[in-house]
Structure formats: C-alpha cells, structure tokens
Design a protein around this ligand. Structure first.
Ligand SMILES: C[S@@+](CC[C@H](N)C(=O)[O-])C[C@H]1O[C@@H](n2cnc3c(N)ncnc32)[C@H](O)[C@@H]1O
Length: 481
C-alpha cells in the first residue's frame, strides 16, 4: 500500500468538532452517536436531539471547513431520525481516509475519482467487475491492432485511474501517454511506474479535455479508455469525441471499453433512474452472490453517484458550484420515483435471500455478515430516501461532496454522439449478463463477435467495447472545430 495512513485520534478530533460546533450554536448540545460506517469506516453522526435550522447546519459545515476539520473529498448529508437531526460527516482531514498528495500541481485540480470512491479499494477490486477482464482483452487486441506490425506505436489513455489497463499497453509495442485528473489515482500510477510495474508510460495529471485541445492532430495510433468515457458528460461528450477523432492518425482507432445502461428514453429522468438501478443492481447482485464484499460497495457508490448526477433529485446549485466542488440542494419530490423504489426494494430483498457461493476476500464470518448487512442497509436507505423525498421540507437540506461524474449512456445515445463527432463504430458485447431487452444474438459475451452499431438502434446494457474510427465517408479534419 503506497498511501500513508495517519494515526487517528478519535477523541481529539471529537473535541475539536465539539468546540467548532459550539462556536456556531452555543448552548445546543449534541451527542456523537456512532463512529463507523460500513462503506467509509469513519462516518460520524451528530445528534442534536431536535430539529435545527438549515442555515445553522450550513454554518456548522462552513465552520468545520474553516477549521479544516472537514474536506470535500468526504461527504456531508443530513437525515432525520426518531431522536432528532443527524449530521453525517465523512472525510475529516485527520481521518484515516485523508491522504495528502505529493503531486503538488495536481492538488490544484481537485479530484474526480477520489470524490466518490475509495481508490485503494478500487485498485484492488475493480478488476473483479463482471466483464472487466474480458473487456480488457478485447480493448487490448483492438488497440494493438491499430499499430503497424513490427512498429512501436503511440497510445493515449484517457482516465487511466490506478493504471490497471496502462500496464498492459506499456508491456507491448507502444509508448503510452496516460492522462488522469485525480491526484490520488495518479499517485498509484506514478508509484507503479517507479516500481517498473508500468512501462514506457508518461503520466499527465490534468483534465483530459483542455489537454487534448493543446495536442497536435494525428499524434496517436490509438486513443483508449476503460470505464472512463462515461465520466465525460453528455454536454461535453461531442467536444471530447471530436478531439479524440482529431488526435488519432488516419487509420487510427478510438477504443472505449465501458458500461452502458439498458435501453430507455434518456430524456425521461425517471426511466434513467430505473435503468441505473437495473444495471448497477445486476453488478451488485452478481458480486454479492460470488461472496465479494468490496466490489458491491464500490458499485453502490457508483450507483449513488450516478443517481445524483442524474440531477433528478439533487440539483446542483450553480452559484455555489466552484472548483470542482458541488453544493447541491435536494428538491422535495425530485428523487421520488415509484419504479426506482420498487426496484431498490426488490434488490434489497434478493440480497437478503442470497447465499454467497465463495469467500474470495478471505474474511471471517462475522466481518462478512457485518459488511453484507451494511450494504443491504445502504440499498434500503436509498430506497427510504427516495420514498421520503416526497415529503415537503427537504428543499433546505444540503448535500456537499460525493457527487461523482457518472454519465452512463445507452449504446444508442453513444453511437449518436460518435456520429456527431464524425465517427463510426463497431461494438463488441462483453457483459456476461445483458441488462434490458435486446436483439443481440451474440456468443454469450465472449467478445468474439462484433456488430456494426447503427445510431438508430439500441442494444442491451452491460459492458461493451466500442471501436470507433473516423467516418470514412466524411472529410477527416486536421484542424480543430
Ligand atoms: C472508473 S475510473 C477507470 C480507471 C481505469 N481506466 C480502470 O479501468 O481501472 C475513471 C477514471 O477517469 C478519470 N477521469 C474522469 N474525468 C477525467 C478527466 N476529465 N480527465 C482525466 N481523467 C478523468 C477518473 O478520475 C477515474 O480515475
């Protein structure tokens, strides 16, 4: 493990918090109820025993930030229990999950992945995602296929994360530029480069979009992303894809291995919520049955992040949105989604019934039981949050941080975006399980069969590899549009 873990003094931190809160709300007593969360390990609940005003809550948050007792990598959320108001805080600067970063320039960027997921867990467990290994192989074959036989190629990897895929290209006939916006993830790659685990790779810690704009046209044989393309919002995607199209050589390819949602009308937020629950629910359930603990948790984070990005129930409030931080306000009723509530309930029910078939993480029984209970509770809480979002009065609740950039699309929507960027694509269906209706008659997801993707047709959700080239029928452009 390359991150430094600080020794953590719980009572010292609590005393600092008590004094900060009492500065803002003198005479308002509160108890610390709990200091553990199955996902975060360091959740803190403060119970005021009565309802306090939203403006007071906001002042408490500002004070904690001011005293550097809270950082936005964690999250703050509020819930009302039988005994009063709870403020749930995670990500304290003194806590074990806080990891100061040596990449000084990267500090300025804020972070992407770190905002919603524990990176060490991601690095260790993401490869267990259904379809991930199969996807990597197809991505790799198609990437290397774009490099002339006997020659060294040049590959750009966007959103390299902790370098899971970077390593594979660097071992082959290619030099790699790996770009990653998240300093914590980049630190992993840097460490792996130094240790010789990742070869022939230059790491760039920047936001990919402005960076690609500065780059000379036709610089790469292949541009590649694994599970990263969906971090570029639909608003930015055409620009993103156009830059990729500009950066690849005449016969170059863009290879995207990614997760796609089952067919639905993306313009209807309620349908999008259901599609997200169906897709992530499938991954959570699969992993859960296989006895995995970390992957379902990561996937739950991805689901929650995706739901929040959908902006159906938590609206980003533009004036407060600065420097990659999100201050969001829950709109009463916005989250309320009848089908979503049903789907979450069914998922929790199935998880309760499921018997894991193995114990791949070698955990003791008590830990497994505890962890499993924890994430069934998360699904139930999400369901409850959805149900309760109908109640008036929630408008003033605040949610800060933990909004990841998860903009998964349907294959149809994505193919249309490629077309707009002057690209055409073939797809390789990789998911061991398809989600949603589909006409795909593929060979059980082994990735050997490819299909031409037509912008007007949709396909099942799951893990796909898309190989896109410049549309030969349109004029390739050497200049930026
Ligand atoms: C789900 S991870 C995938 C990581 C890695 N490719 C893998 O397969 O494990 C997505 C990565 O994209 C990165 N990312 C998101 N937006 C980015 C941007 N604008 N520029 C560069 N990287 C970005 C995130 O920080 C994150 O590390």
């Amino acid at each position: 493990m390359i991150f430094r873990r600080r020794n953590y003094d719980e009572s010292a931190l609590q005393n600092k918090i008590i004094s900060a809160v009492q500065d803002v709300l003198p005479g308002n007593d509160f108890d610390f109820l709990e200091y553990h969360d199955p996902r975060e390990g360091n959740l803190l609940k403060m119970n005021f025993g009565k309802k306090i005003k939203a403006s007071d809550v906001e002042n408490v948050v500002l004070k904690l930030e001011d005293k550097k007792l809270y950082n936005t990598r964690g999250g703050i959320s509020f819930s009302e229990g039988d005994n009063g108001l709870f403020i749930n805080l995670s990500g304290f600067t003194d806590s074990p999950i806080y990891t100061p970063n040596p990449l000084a320039s990267a500090q300025l960027l804020g972070s992407e992945m770190e905002r919603y997921i524990a990176i060490d867990k991601y690095n260790d467990h993401e490869a267990g995602h259904p379809g991930y290994h199969e996807m990597m192989k197809v991505v790799l074959d198609n990437t290397m296929g774009a490099i002339k036989k006997g020659k060294q190629g040049k590959v750009l990897e966007i959103g390299a994360g902790t370098g899971n895929f970077t390593r594979l290209i660097g071992e082959r006939r290619a030099k790699v530029d790996a770009i990653e916006i998240d300093p914590g993830s980049a630190e992993y790659i840097q460490h792996k480069i130094k240790a010789g685990e990742i070869k022939k790779t230059s790491l760039i810690v920047e936001d990919a979009l402005p960076w690609t704009k500065k780059k000379t046209a036709a610089s790469y044989d292949a541009v590649v992303t694994t599970f990263s393309d969906h971090h570029f919002s639909p608003a930015k995607k055409p620009e993103f894809l156009k830059e990729i199209s500009r950066l690849i050589k005449k016969d170059g390819v863009y290879v995207a291995g990614d997760e796609f949602l089952p067919p639905h009308d993306e313009k209807d937020p309620a349908q999008r919520v259901s599609a997200q629950i169906k897709y992530h629910g499938m991954v959570i359930e699969e992993a859960f049955k296989e006895g995995k603990v970390e992957l379902p948790k990561l996937e739950l984070d991805a689901l929650i992040s995706g739901l929040r990005t959908t902006v159906t129930f938590i609206q980003q409030t533009a004036p407060e949105h600065k420097d990659n931080e999100f201050l969001v306000r829950k709109g009463a009723g916005n989250l309320y989604n009848k089908e979503g509530i049903k789907l979450l309930g069914e998922l929790a029910g199935r998880l309760e019934q499921a018997t894991p078939t193995a114990n791949p993480e070698h955990l003791d029984e008590a830990t497994i039981t505890d962890q499993r209970k924890g994430f069934i509770e998360i699904v139930r809480n999400l369901q409850k949050e959805m149900e309760e979002s109908r109640r008036p009065g929630l408008e003033e609740s605040l949610f800060k941080g933990k909004v990841g950039g998860d903009y998964k699309m349907t294959i149809k929507q994505y193919t249309q975006q490629l077309k707009k960027a002057g690209m055409q694509a073939v797809g390789f269906f990789e998911g061991p399980k398809a989600v949603g209706s589909s006409n795909d008659k593929l060979d059980g997801g082994t990735g050997n069969q490819s299909i031409i993707l037509k912008p007007e047709e949709d396909h099942a959700g799951g893990v796909w590899v898309i190989k896109a080239t410049r549309d030969r029928t349109s004029e390739p452009s050497k200049t930026r549009s």
